[in-house]
Design a binder for this molecule. Structure first.
Ligand code: NAP
Length: 246
C-alpha cells in the first residue's frame, strides 16, 4: 500500500516597504540593500525557490546554487539545461501551481531539504497564501518608496507568532534602514502526498530523479510530455544579466 509522506514546508521570503507594503516598481526592486541580498542568498541557498516569470526576468538569470522553478502560462522556448549537470543549480518551468509544488516537493525530498521558498512577486505570493507556514520578511523603513507591486498580507497575533527580529541601520551599502523578522504560523499547514515506497530511500530517490528528469528532456524532444510534470528545462536566451548578486 502506498504510504502517506509529509511534504516539505513552504516559506515566503520577501522585502517590502513600511509603510506602503511595496515590493517592486516597473519590475525592479525599488531599493539597494546589500545586507538583505546577502541574507536572501544565505537563507535560500541549496533550496528550491518558486518565482513568477516577471520576477525571473527581473533577476535576469537562474539564482546560483538553487533549484529555480519559474511559473508561466507560456514558458519561454527551451534549450538544453546546461545548469542541471552541476546539480546545485537548475531552472525548471512550471505551468501552474500544482506543477510547481510537485517539482519543489520532489526536488526538496531528493536533496533532503525540509523546506522550500516562494520568492515572489506579488502574483505568486497571492497564489500561495493558503499554504505558507513561515515568512522571512524585511521591512524597508522609508515613506518615499513608490511602486506597482504590493504584498500586504498581515501577520496577526494569535494566528502568527514572531520568532525573530533584527534591526539594520542605513549605511553606505544599505540605502534605507530596515527591520528583519521571521513569523511562523501557530497551526502549521501540513501537506501530504501518497508516494510509492521506492521514494523512501535515498538511493532510490536519486535514481527516480535522474530517470525522470532525463525522461522529461527526451519526452520534450519528441513532443510527448511526462505524466507528472509538464515542466520544461530551459534557459531563456533573452534573459538579461541582473545588476544584483542574489
Ligand atoms: N521585494 C521583494 O521581496 C520582491 C520579490 C520578488 C519580486 N519582487 C518584485 O515584484 C514585481 C514582480 O511581481 P509581479 O506580480 O508583477 O509578477 P510575478 O509574480 O513575478 O510574475 C507574474 C507572472 O507569473 C506567471 N503566473 C501568474 N499566475 C500564474 C499561474 N496561475 N500559472 C502559471 N503562471 C502564472 C505569469 O507569467 P506569464 O505572463 O509568463 O504567463 C505572470 O505574468 C517586480 O517589481 C519584482 O522586482 C519583489
Amino acid at each position: 500500500m502506498a504510504s502517506r509522506v509529509e511534504m516539505p514546508s513552504l516559506s515566503f521570503i520577501v522585502a517590502r516597504s513600511c509603510p506602503g507594503n511595496i515590493i517592486g516598481c516597473e519590475n525592479k526592486l525599488p531599493w539597494h540593500l546589500r545586507t538583505d541580498l546577502k541574507r536572501f542568498r544565505s537563507i535560500t541557498s541549496g533550496h528550491a525557490v518558486i518565482m513568477g516569470r516577471k520576477t525571473f526576468e527581473s533577476i535576469g538569470k537562474p539564482l546560483p546554487g538553487r533549484i529555480n522553478i519559474v511559473l508561466s502560462r507560456t514558458p519561454l522556448p527551451d534549450i538544453a539545461n546546461s545548469f542541471w549537470q552541476f546539480h546545485d543549480t537548475a531552472l525548471l518551468w512550471a505551468r501552474d501551481r500544482e506543477n510547481s509544488l510537485f517539482l519543489a516537493d520532489i526536488l526538496s525530498i531528493t536533496r533532503e531539504k525540509r523546506d522550500f521558498f516562494v520568492i515572489g512577486g506579488a502574483e505568486i505570493f497571492n497564489m500561495f497564501t493558503d499554504l505558507f507556514y513561515k515568512v522571512y520578511i524585511t521591512e524597508v523603513l522609508a515613506d518615499d518608496i513608490r511602486g506597482d507591486a504590493i504584498f500586504d498580507f498581515e501577520f496577526k497575533y494569535p494566528l502568527w507568532s514572531k520568532v525573530a527580529e533584527e534591526h539594520f541601520p542605513q549605511s553606505e551599502f544599505d540605502q534605507y534602514a530596515s527591520r528583519f523578522r521571521i513569523y511562523q504560523k501557530r497551526d502549521k499547514t501540513t501537506r501530504y502526498r501518497l508516494l510509492p515506497t521506492f521514494l523512501t530511500n535515498a538511493n532510490s530517490r536519486q535514481q527516480w530523479l535522474e530517470r525522470n528528469l532525463i525522461r522529461a528532456q527526451s519526452d520534450k524532444r519528441s513532443n510527448n510530455k511526462p505524466d507528472n510534470a509538464q515542466s520544461t528545462i530551459a534557459y531563456p536566451a533573452s534573459a538579461r544579466q541582473s545588476e544584483f548578486n542574489f
